[in-house]
Design a protein around this ligand. Structure first.
Ligand SMILES: NC(=O)C1=CN([C@@H]2O[C@H](COP(=O)(O)OP(=O)(O)OC[C@H]3O[C@@H](n4cnc5c(N)ncnc54)[C@H](O)[C@@H]3O)[C@@H](O)[C@H]2O)C=CC1
Ligand SMILES: CC(C)=CCC[C@@H](C)[C@H]1CC[C@H]2C3=C(CC[C@]12C)[C@@]1(C)CCC(=O)C[C@@H]1CC3
Length: 346
C-alpha cells in the first residue's frame, strides 16, 4: 500500500521535536500527511500546522495532553551528549523514558518508536558490520551511552501486544545534515582554532555517518510496519547510509568543502587516547576553579580512531528500508546548508 494512503488520518507526537532530528522528523511527517504534535522542553521553530506542547518529558502529567488521540509517538529527545551530565542523562534518558512509556499507555497510544543509538554496543574497540545481535556494551564509552542502553531496554521490554501497545527502537549512527548543531559546527570550530591538524591512527578506520533524511525515513517505516506479530515488536534496528567511509576521509571532505585544510599529520591512536584521558582528568581536578570543554575527549578519540560500522540488513528485511539519499549527495546538501561556516578564500 502506498505510504501516503497508510498514513492518511494518522496523528503522531514527536517528543524532542524541536531538536535537530526532531525538526526533520516533523517536516517529513507533515509531507506524508500526518497530523503532528511536538512535545519539547523548548520551542525552536514556528509552524501553523504543528501543535506545540512545552514541558519536561520526566513529567507524565505534562506529556498526557500531547498524546491524546495519537496513534504513534516518536521519542527522540535527549540531553546533548556533550553536556556530560550524569544526573541529567539518568533523569531524562532513563527515568524520563519510563514516564514516556507510562504516559503512552495511559493515553492509549498504540506505537512507540524510540531513537536509540548504535553506540549502545560500542565499547571503544573495533566493530565491523555489527548486527543488532551484538550484546549491549558492558563498559559504555560515556554516561550518555550508559543511559541510552537503559532507555532502549525500557522501551523494548514495554512491548505489550496483549494490550495493543507496540514498541521498537531505531539505532542511527553519526547523524549529519542541515541544521545539525554538533558534527559540522564542532569540526569547523576545531579547525578554526588550529586543532584539526592530526589524523588519529592510520586513517583507514571505517565509520557510519548517516544523513538525517535516511534516519527519518527509517523511523517512519518503523512506525508504519510496527503492528501485532510484526518482526519489529520489541526489537532494535540499525539505520545507516549503508556506505561506511573512513572517518578521516569524511572529516576531510567536510573541511575542504568549507575551505579549511584537511588534517595531514598522523598521531598514534593510543597516544591520542591517553592525552585526551590525561586532559579530562586535569580538567576534572580544575573544575571547581574553571570550566573548560575540551575538543578531544577520550570518547571522541575512540569514535575517531576505531572501526565502527553497522549492518542495516535487518531493517532492509523487516521494514523494506533502503537509504533514500546517497552519502555523496548528503555531503553536498550538508555543505550547501552551512554558508555561514564557510571560510572566505584568501
Ligand atoms: N546526533 C547524532 O549523531 C545521534 C543522535 N542520536 C539520538 O537521536 C536523538 C535526537 O538527537 P539530536 O536531534 O541530535 O539532539 P538535539 O539535542 O538536537 O535534540 C534533542 C531534543 O530533545 C529535547 N529535550 C531534551 N531534554 C528534554 C526533556 N527533559 N523534555 C523534553 N524535551 C527534551 C531538546 O530540547 C531537543 O530539542 C537523541 O535521542 C539522540 O540520543 C542517536 C545517534 C546519533
Ligand atoms: C575528532 C573530532 C573533534 C571530530 C569532530 C566531530 C565529532 C564532534 C563527531 C564525530 C563523530 C560524532 C558522533 C557523535 C557526536 C559528534 C561526533 C563525536 C555521537 C556521539 C552523537 C550521539 C550518538 O548517539 C553517537 C554519535 C557517534 C558519532
Amino acid at each position: 500500500m502506498a505510504t501516503h494512503l497508510r498514513s492518511a488520518g494518522k496523528k503522531c507526537t514527536v517528543i524532542g521535536g524541536s531538536g535537530f532530528l526532531g525538526q526533520h522528523m516533523v517536516e517529513q511527517l507533515l509531507k506524508k500527511g500526518y497530523t503532528v504534535n511536538v512535545f519539547d522542553i523548548q520551542k525552536r521553530f514556528d509552524n501553523d500546522r504543528v501543535q506545540f506542547f512545552l514541558g519536561d518529558l520526566c513529567d507524565k502529567e505534562a506529556l498526557l495532553p500531547a498524546l491524546q488521540g495519537v496513534s504513534v509517538a516518536f521519542h527522540c529527545a535527549s540531553p546533548a551528549p556533550s553536556s556530560d551530565n550524569r544526573e541529567l542523562f539518568y533523569k531524562v534518558n532513563f527515568m524520563g523514558t519510563k514516564a514516556v512509556v507510562e504516559a503512552c499507555k495511559e493515553a492509549g497510544v498504540q506505537k512507540l518508536v524510540l531513537t536509540s543509538s548504535a553506540s549502545v554496543v560500542f565499547e571503544g574497540t573495533d566493530i565491523k558490520n555489527g548486527s543488532e545481535d551484538l550484546p549491549y556494551a558492558k563498559n559504555p564509552i560515556d554516561y550518555y551511552t550508559e543511559t541510552k542502553i537503559l532507555q532502549e531496554k525500557e522501551v523494548l521490554s514495554a512491548n505489550d501486544p496483549d494490550n495493543n501497545f507496540f514498541t521498537t527502537a531505531i539505532r542511527p549512527h553519526g547523524i549529519f545534515g542541515p541544521r545539525d548543531p554538533q558534527l559540522v559546527p564542532i569540526l569547523v570550530q576545531a579547525a578554526k582554532s588550529g586543532k584539526m591538524k592530526f589524523i588519529i591512527g592510520d586513517g583507514k578506520n571505517l565509520v557510519d555517518f548517516t544523513y538525517v533524511e535516511n534516519v527519518v525515513h527509517g523511523h517512519i517505516l518503523a512506525a508504519e510496519n510496527l503492528q501485532k506479530d510484526s518482526a519489529l515488536c520489541g526489537k532494535a534496528f540499525h539505520i545507516t547510509n549503508d556506505e561506511p567511509v573512513p572517518f578521516w576521509a569524511f572529516m576531510s571532505r567536510i573541511l575542504t568543502g568549507l575551505n579549511y585544510d584537511p588534517p595531514k599529520y598522523h598521531i598514534p591512536y593510543w597516544l591520542a587516547y591517553y592525552l585526551a584521558l590525561f586532559l579530562s582528568l586535569a580538567l576534572w581536578l580544575l573544575s571547581p576553579l574553571v570550566t573548560i570543554k575540551p575538543t578531544f575527549t577520550p570518547m571522541r578519540v575512540a569514535l575517531a580512531g576505531t572501526f565502527h560500522y553497522y549492518s542495516c540488513e535487518r531493517a532492509k528485511r523487516d521494514m523494506g528500508y533502503k537509504p533514500v539519499v546517497s552519502l555523496d549527495e548528503a555531503i553536498d546538501r550538508t555543505l550547501q546548508s552551512y554558508p555561514h561556516l564557510r571560510r572566505a578564500k584568501a
